[in-house]
Design a protein around this ligand. Structure first.
Ligand code: ZN
Length: 391
């Protein structure tokens, strides 16, 4: 009798699936060339991916997984209009697995990867769907060969998508405020004859830090400006700081903490390890045959020019030009700065940074600084260089 009971218990436990992960949440963000769909999962999951046609769809089988009670409702209520998705269906698959089918409006190439917990997020399964005929953003207008070209300024709004950046004391997060400042910066730069600004991120989606460098180098940009906003434990901290790259050498404890925080973006915003390695390799190859020192000198000149203009319209930190090991500044051949436009943890500075008029003044001052830097030694072959030679 005892043996029979034991046998019964064993066969029951074999028949019952031991679920290892629950799917709990869903987010999606449309970028110009790709749609990112993120599923929150309670633990690391293994999965199979199937790409199917007629109609185009991607099926993902999550092994020994199950949806959390509320997840089916989350799926039903998700509004996929304005995205490349028609919808997501799901069903229990076999005895142990959970299948999600992403119905697409057109054929797309999926890249699926998992992310470990970072920032406010737990384990995640990420599905990046890329358009098959992908327009490689950003693009600059074609100029006839031989004609003088525009000076190209890459404008990078920090963070985006799953990475909100600094939360601060108000409703607006860093990613929203800096995108708004970056758009104003773009307008002011484009208003200068012979200048063209190109936005690295145009909406609320995440781009890997190294990818931002690659996008600027591909233009190719003459200047790279990354726009951010600060946070500090002390509510009194305020003022603007402009950073250039420091890879070696002593930086203060505070600066190192800030750089670690900003560099953490890739973990929170979500970059697959394969992408990260590939981008690291590309940059390592470029670094081999580049004069890093020359670019460092140029970056410091750019930083100094921007500091002097911004100081006319806004409050600077006591030491407004600093070096820090920010990944996004690691371009070996494009003069690069990162502007921390102020502290979102300071009440009066938050109010200013969230205000359109202040954003406008700041953007205009940064533009003047960039213009001063370019005019000191205009890139050869540009309209600005030609106008200077003629005058
Ligand atoms: Zn930031």
């Amino acid at each position: 009798m005892k043996n029979r009971l034991l046998f019964f218990i064993i066969s029951l436990s074999l028949a019952l699936p031991a679920f290892s992960a629950e799917v709990t949440g869903l987010r999606f963000r449309q970028a110009p060339d790709k749609l990112r769909v993120v599923f929150d999962v309670s633990a690391e999951v293994t999965y199979d991916v199937l790409v199917l046609e007629n109609p185009p769809r991607v099926a993902i089988d999550l092994k020994t997984s199950t949806p959390e009670a509320s997840f089916t409702r989350i799926l039903e209520q998700a509004d996929f209009s304005d995205t490349s998705l028609r919808g997501v269906r799901s069903a229990v698959y076999g005895t142990h697995d959970y299948r999600m089918v992403l119905d697409l409006r057109q054929s797309m190439t999926p890249e699926v990867f998992t992310l470990k917990p970072a920032g406010p997020y737990g384990h995640r399964l990420v599905v990046d769907l890329t358009n098959e005929v992908s327009t490689q953003p950003p693009q600059i207008p074609w100029t006839p060969s031989g004609a003088p070209r525009d000076v190209i300024i890459a404008v990078d709004a920090g963070h985006g998508g799953d990475d909100p950046g600094t939360l601060g004391i108000g409703k607006k997060t860093e990613k929203e405020i800096v995108l708004s400042i970056a758009k104003r910066l773009q307008r002011h730069i484009n208003a200068l004859p012979g200048y063209q600004a190109v936005m690295i991120r145009t909406g609320d989606y995440y781009i890997a830090l190294r990818k931002r460098i690659e996008m600027a180098r591909a233009l190719p940009a003459d200047v790279f400006v990354s726009v951010h906003a600060d946070a500090a434990p002390s509510k009194a901290a305020n003022g603007i700081t402009i950073y250039t790259l420091s890879e070696r050498g002593a930086v203060s404890e505070e600066t190192r903490r800030l750089a670690d925080l900003e560099n953490n973006s890739d973990l929170i915003g979500g970059v697959s390890e394969i992408d990260l390695r590939q981008q690291e390799d590309i940059l390592a190859r470029v670094l081999l045959d580049m004069s890093i020192d020359a670019n460092r000198v140029r970056s410091n000149q750019l930083g100094a020019a921007v500091v002097s203009e911004v100081g006319k319209v806004a409050k600077l930190r006591p030491r407004p030009l600093l070096e820090a090991p920010f990944v996004v500044l690691k371009s070996p051949d494009v003069p690069s700065i990162l502007v921390e436009t102020g502290y979102l943890t300071n009440a009066s500075e938050y109010r200013k940074l969230a205000d359109g008029n202040y954003q406008e003044r700041l953007a205009k001052a940064i533009t003047s600084g960039i213009q001063d830097f370019i005019e000191q030694s205009p890139p050869p072959g540009t309209q600005v260089a030609l106008a200077q030679a003629g005058s």
